[in-house]
Design a protein around this ligand. Sequence first.
Ligand SMILES: [Mn+2]
Length: 370
Amino acid sequence: MQMTMRWYGSKHDTVTLEEIRQVPGVTGVITTLYDTKPGEMWSRERIHALEQEVEAAGLSVAGIESVNVSDEIKYAGPGRDILIDRYIETLANLGKEGIHLVCYNFMPIFDWTRTELARRRKDGSTVLAYTQEAVDALDPEKLFDAVSAGSNGTVMPGWEPDRLAHIRELFEAYKGIGEEQLFASLKYFLEKIMPVCNEYDIRMAIHPDDPAWSVFGLPRIVTCKKNILRIMRMVDDPHNGVTFCSGSLGTDPDNDLPDMIRSLKGRIHFAHVRNLHFHSRGNFEEAAHLSGDGSFDMYEIVKALYDTGFDGPIRPDHGRMIWGETGMPGYGLYDRALGCAYINGLWEAIGKCETRGIDEIPVWEPKFSD
Ligand SMILES: [Mn+2]
């Protein structure tokens, strides 16, 4: 695996490349052209300039998160072919510049959804949190306002104002679109882009839906083992792969995360590793990466990645805000750096245990507590 951190670019991120370079074991960043809109073609010049900036700091661009997919491709609108052609051109330009990993998601309208951006935990840190009751009581337009107001002046990924300015029209466009249509749209998209992915060896890594169930009556399909295996089989090309995000798939306690990793062997191209602390089903907050701070057994998650020969980029995911840091919720430096150190420690220990012949496969049991 290659240890990485997400970086939004010097104009948008509160964390610098120089700081990231000092996190032990981190050799690359996962980045994006944050000011591009879905449907906009990325030029080789801009991709090249981004790479040069990253490389000047002693790091590599390990992959792109994300090249966003336009809603019109998802709801199969009349303009989808033009948008897919532009997406293909962007992929070709990335390939020509030596970038071979692209993370994307297929969630209608909204990206990841949380109902609180700064819930205070017992240790004084603040974290992103989710309660189903709060979502059920919300008008989606108000949720957007709340996210905008609580993001410390930064723009939250997936919640870009331009994209969400026309929420009502978007909801209208998705009327009558159910899960089967969304599967069909994804298949159509993947079949169109696979030739360019093969030509330039670009591994597409679909990010799971977060939370892993339908919100606001919109369909969601990247939610469970059955659906993800269906997506892998319906376009059975190794370039059609997955971003394994423990924090997203783990929102549903029925998802056995180590088992999912094992069944997706060879198709996980990118890993997001983080922990959640559950109070009950549909009611959770993000936690430190450490197993003991949340509900997941992080050793088992990392071990499943190790055992299946995972060799792509891995990154810590949303961190807590600690030590007085301010910035984009979930994307401060300090707690994500602790996450890197912890995952690196697990990886080293698992590797050493393996060479010494220590092995056991226990049972997946997420913990619920107050
Ligand atoms: Mn993720």
